[in-house]
Design a protein around this ligand. Structure first.
Ligand code: FES
Length: 123
């Protein structure tokens, strides 16, 4: 059901883990299935210097988490905010239609982590 690229990111996910004292953290749950994703950010000079994730979820959720960490590393926060679930799914060469909802987690968790970083900087 998954293509080779999705399987590769599922079997060998990149950037799994946590960042100690992260600059931003985003956690989202998928109401459809109950799966959870958490993203940790290290920001330097307005760019994503490091990113790690922890995902309790299906193959598509893990593959999209892994892919999004590769897509946004080194990007500015504004650039990272433009990464949508569609961009992630396309970077993976597509997901089965019934798994598209899973790709929302990665983009939503990333955006939540960036918002968290911005909130912390203001307060
Ligand atoms: Fe839950 Fe895919 S089935 S994120």
């Amino acid at each position: 059901m998954y293509n080779e690229k999705v399987m590769d990111h599922f079997m060998h996910p990149r950037n799994v883990g946590e960042i100690e004292n992260p600059d931003g953290v985003g956690q989202v749950g998928n109401p459809v299935c109950g799966d959870i994703m958490k993203i940790f950010l290290r920001i330097k000079d307005g760019r994503i210097e490091d990113i790690k994730f922890k995902t309790f979820g299906c193959g598509a959720a893990i593959a999209t988490s892994s892919m999004i960490t590769e897509l946004v590393r080194g990007k500015t926060l504004d650039e990272a905010m433009t990464i949508s679930n569609k961009v992630v799914a396309e970077a993976l060469g597509g997901l089965p239609p019934q798994k598209l909802h899973c790709s929302n987690l990665a983009a939503d968790a990333l955006h939540a982590a960036i918002e968290d970083y911005k909130r912390k900087r203001v307060s």
